[in-house]
Design a binder for this molecule. Structure first.
Ligand code: SF4
Ligand code: SF4
Length: 195
C-alpha cells in the first residue's frame, strides 16, 4: 500500500513538472488574443495616411515624430517613440482616414516592458519603412499629374492669347478659329506673284 502511494505521488509530481506554469511561458512568442479595446504598439499604414499631422499635434507626450517623405502630397508620416508613449490612444481617435484609421494601437510587443532585452533605443520606435518601389511609383504618378497640369496651363494660355488677338481684330474667337485653316502659318505663294 505504501509503495502504491509513493508511486502515485511520483506520478503526480512528474505530471506537474511536465506542464509549464504561466510564469514559465515566454509570452513574447505567444499568439496575441487582444481584447476589443486593447492598446498596444502602433500599426501605421503609410499608403492611407494623408499626412494631416493631427496625430502628432494631439499627442500629449510628444511621442510622435513626422517622418519626411519625398512626395509633394502626403509628404509626412508618423513614427512613434514607444518609450515616451503613454498608450492613451488619442492619435488613433483623431486620425481622420476612413474606413480604416492609418494609425492603430493594435500591435503586440510584450517585451517592451523589459529594458534588459533592448540594447538599441531604436527598438522602442515604430518606424515606417517604405519600399523604394512604392516611392518610385508615387513619384511617377506625381510627375504625370505635373505634366498634365502644365499642358492644361499652356493650352489655357494659348486660348487666352488667341481670344485677345481675335478681339483686337474685332472678331469673336469662333470667327477667328473658322478662318484659321486659311491662315495657319502656311506660306501663301499666290499673293503678289504677278508683280
Ligand atoms: S498613444 Fe497617446 S501618447 Fe502614444 S503616440 Fe498616441 S497620442 Fe501619443
Ligand atoms: S492622423 Fe492619421 S492621416 Fe493624419 S498624419 Fe496621423 S496617421 Fe496620418
Amino acid at each position: 500500500m505504501l509503495l502504491i502511494d509513493i508511486m502515485k505521488k511520483v506520478l503526480r509530481v512528474s505530471k506537474a513538472l511536465m506542464v509549464k506554469s504561466p510564469a514559465q511561458v515566454d509570452v513574447r512568442y505567444q499568439a496575441m488574443h487582444n481584447p476589443e479595446r486593447y492598446r498596444g504598439e502602433h500599426r501605421i499604414d503609410y499608403e492611407t495616411c494623408i499626412g494631416c499631422d493631427s496625430c502628432n499635434k494631439i499627442c500629449p507626450t510628444h511621442a510622435i515624430t513626422m517622418k519626411k517623405l519625398p512626395f509633394k502630397k502626403q509628404n509626412i508620416v508618423p513614427e512613434v517613440n514607444l518609450s515616451v508613449c503613454i498608450f492613451c490612444g488619442l492619435c488613433e481617435d483623431v486620425c481622420p482616414t476612413k474606413p480604416e484609421k492609418s494609425i492603430v494601437l493594435s500591435g503586440g510587443r510584450y517585451d517592451m516592458l523589459s529594458g534588459g532585452w533592448h540594447e538599441d533605443q531604436n527598438d522602442f520606435w515604430v518606424h515606417v519603412d517604405i519600399p523604394q518601389s512604392y516611392i518610385d511609383s508615387r513619384l511617377e504618378e506625381e510627375e504625370a499629374v505635373r505634366v498634365k497640369k502644365e499642358l492644361a496651363a499652356k493650352k489655357k494660355a494659348a486660348e487666352a492669347k488667341a481670344k485677345a488677338e481675335a478681339e483686337a481684330k474685332g472678331e469673336t474667337l469662333e470667327e477667328a478659329e473658322a478662318k484659321k485653316p486659311a491662315s495657319d502659318g502656311t506660306p501663301d505663294f499666290t499673293a503678289g506673284g504677278e508683280s
